[in-house]
Design a protein around this ligand. Structure first.
Ligand SMILES: [Fe+2]
Ligand SMILES: [Fe+2]
Length: 300
């Protein structure tokens, strides 16, 4: 049968880091139109014309519909551009200066990959204890998200002198601290993201930067973040409801989701008038950035 896939992805399924990353993308909408080749299971020295097994195990490769073979960061940008939920991020990173940044990031990743593999393997048995691996990954992303949310409100409070904004941020900060404490009761320290300092920094900037521009920019940012977080929790609650398992976790996540939906509605109401083109672009970037952060925090 001819291969009608738009894109062919060559990945190392024996690497726990790569395997987790790819299984995340394989569950996304549009993944059925992509051909996924686990190079570690492939036989022979040549995986595809112009691509040896050795090359494919050393670097992530993608072949596009025109037969063009790309690797590293550029290959990730092509994969994202082929998935509807990541298309905007993929197109942004396919632009020249950013693809260069992505390629350098990928080279850095390759340097630390052996350590990440050892780390991921060491965590696998313990993560299987109380919850299924998918739920541990989701809770890790929730814990990282709440850590980032606290930092967002701290960023606003560090910059803004507006009484309205400070009251808004202080009230939300308290709720986010409660959420983090709740998640810490069910997610042991060893299962939390190894990148918490990064999520704190990203959160702080996400709050502090719009605060420099005033209330409308902050409210639009919070509305964008909380819209994303509401959907993120809703997907987890839906899956737990369908599976009829871990009722206590489901009710904890549903409680957080309801608070996030309330935060979103408060921010939307406070945002008088429709946001300008710059604010809309910033909010799209915040939404896309949140999606990428969650994808990473699930695994690291
Ligand atoms: Fe929260
Ligand atoms: Fe929130």
């Amino acid at each position: 049968m001819p291969n009608t896939a738009k894109l062919t992805v060559f990945y190392d399924g024996a690497c726990p880091v790569c395997e987790r990353e790819i299984s995340f993308y394989r569950r996304r909408r549009g993944a059925e139109r992509i051909s996924w080749i686990d190079v570690s299971r492939a036989r022979g020295t040549e995986i595809a014309p112009g691509l040896s097994r050795e090359q494919a195990l050393a670097r992530f490769h993608v072949r596009d519909a025109e037969g063009r073979l790309v690797s590293g960061g550029e290959a990730f940008a092509s994969l994202w551009a082929a998935l509807p939920g990541f298309r905007v991020v993929g197109r942004v990173f396919q632009a020249r200066p950013l693809v260069w940044v992505l390629n350098h990031g990928y080279t850095l990743f390759l340097r630390v990959r052996p350590r990440l593999q050892a780390f991921a393997r060491a965590r696998q048995p313990s993560a299987r204890g109380a919850f299924p691996p998918w739920l541990v990954r989701e809770l890790r992303s929730d814990h990282a998200g709440e850590t980032g949310a606290i930092a967002i409100y701290r960023g606003i409070l560090a910059v803004s002198r507006s009484a309205t904004l400070r009251t808004f941020a202080s009230a939300h900060l308290k709720t986010e601290q409660d959420h983090l404490a709740l998640i810490e009761t069910i997610l042991p320290a060893r299962s939390r993201s190894a990148l918490l300092p990064l999520w704190r920094l990203a959160g702080f900037l996400t709050g502090a930067m719009p605060a420099l521009f005033g209330g409308r920019a902050v409210f639009a940012t919070i509305a964008a973040v909380e819209t994303f977080v509401d959907r993120h929790y809703a997907a987890q609650v839906d899956r737990l409801s369908r599976e009829g398992s871990h009722a206590e976790v489901r009710s904890l996540l549903e409680r957080c989701r309801q608070d996030e939906a309330r935060h979103r509605d408060e921010a939307r109401q406070a945002c008088d008038g429709s946001p300008g083109a710059f604010a809309r672009a910033w909010c799209r970037m915040v939404g896309a950035g949140s999606a990428v952060a969650v994808a990473i925090a699930r695994h690291i």
